[in-house]
Design a protein around this ligand. Sequence first.
Ligand SMILES: Cc1cc2nc3c(=O)[nH]c(=O)nc-3n(C[C@H](O)[C@H](O)[C@H](O)COP(=O)(O)OP(=O)(O)OC[C@H]3O[C@@H](n4cnc5c(N)ncnc54)[C@H](O)[C@@H]3O)c2cc1C
Length: 509
Amino acid sequence: MEFHHDILIIGSGMGGLVSAVILAKEGFDVCLIEKNRQFGGNLQTFSRDKTIFDTGVHYLGGLEKGQNLYLFFKYLEIINDLPLSKMNENAFDYITFDNDEKKYPHAQEHDNFVKQLSKFFPEEKANLQAYCKKLQEICDDFPLYNLEEKEVYNTDILSLNLKDYLDNLTDNEKLKSVLAGSSLLYGGNEKTPLYVHALSVNSYIQSAWRIVKGGSQITKLLIKKLRKYGGTIHKKTEAIDFNFEGNTLKSVKAKNGKTFYANKFISNIDLKTMINLTQGKIYKKSFQSRVNSLDLTPSSFSLYLVFKPKTFPYLNYNIYHLKEENSVWTASSCDSKKWPEAYMISFGQSKENQQFADSISVMTYMNFESVKEWENTFNTEIDENDRGKSYQKFKEKHIEILLKELEKKFPKIRSCIQSVYASTPLSYRDYIYTTKGNMYGFQKDSDYALKTFISPKTKTSNLFVTGQSVNMHGIMGTTIGAINTCSRILGRKHLISKIKNEVNANEKL
Ligand SMILES: Cc1cc2nc3c(=O)[nH]c(=O)nc-3n(C[C@H](O)[C@H](O)[C@H](O)COP(=O)(O)OP(=O)(O)OC[C@H]3O[C@@H](n4cnc5c(N)ncnc54)[C@H](O)[C@@H]3O)c2cc1C
């Protein structure tokens, strides 16, 4: 079967969906194809024991009226229908450590952030103020973060290193670890640029939100808008064959036999996977070598617990736990003797009894090498048993280690558990098609800051790329990335002024 469209988007992650809505709103006939049964990539949710779990989005920032993600979502026409619940204002995240009873809060709003942490570090108030100012200055230097047209970056900022910055800010080792305590958000290590930390953390300090019923609500609303503007979508449609004529992509063939012709194409597929799929035809050899030399962010082992009713309190914040102060820099390397060196807990609220949690998700790092033994198995089905018994045993062993860690902070947690599930780097690889189940695209390195800046344009004249392996990850990062990609088709000035005009017009209504 053949389909003809103006624009074909391959992959329905956040970057693909946002690009699709932007271009459909501009009058293009847009078609989006997705290999999975469920749209959304990392926005996907799954249900176990009548409980909904997120796979890759636990909270969002910048959604207070007038803040940047609010304005982007307003333009995309999803903000009014997105069910949001605001997280604890005095602590949307707590940073905790082994052998320390204290819980160190990250609070919403910059002044409040300083106020709440100053209670634990009274002598560091001026440094905390300087830290908040620096975060905001850095974000202000990213034009699209603030809906500005200019394309020039302050490149000096890109090579500032997070650890160096904190070492210069204060001598207080605990405070440094607390400030970088949520580094699981971006796979932080000693090479992490300060801008990656600032762009990831600052929007949560502005305002922090959970999506009621999970990240798939964003997918649902974006698909509704795409359809409203005449777009079409195909699930279970995996792009496997790319037909080029010279420097132009003519069509894409899917595994289910459908062939899609289009004038322009946007790939939302992980960049390394896309280079493999197109047998290197979309980039010059030198660029391919550059991409292949880039380190990937680590993958994740995630534990999902369903609680017995009314046994575990709902906590309206996340917990980032670190074994030691230094774990903030070392956990992502996944030293098996220390595993898990850091983990993040997010709580699911019970619908019936809102003061109780019906579930928690616990995310920790895991390298692909840990599951290499089963790399030739492939599964996107609910029942993962067909990777074999040894894989089940591997999962059970790691579930037990992680549960023992959780018991250190929540001694009675085991008695609250109704059922237990887990995912590994193989789950992320198979659902998203990232090469090694990497969570956030490429690892950023302050010593080679420009190496991970990837243009949305390819060598192929009518093929563009978007998503977390092109610049920044996260819902904010991939939304801004999609605007950047679409501006190559629509013109940056045109798109930014369109967004600004529409958002302002809507605000007045
Ligand atoms: C564990 C985890 C927790 C996270 N928590 C948060 C959070 O709390 N807040 C936040 O803002 N961000 C979070 N993120 C990051 C965020 O989810 C991602 O950065 C973002 O969703 C990635 O979007 P993307 O556009 O790159 O698309 P992806 O999510 O990478 O999706 C790509 C899509 O392309 C499809 N595809 C691949 N190959 C093909 C093919 N050949 N044919 C058709 N389709 C194909 C895939 O199936 C997939 O649907 C988290 C990520 C992870 C992994």
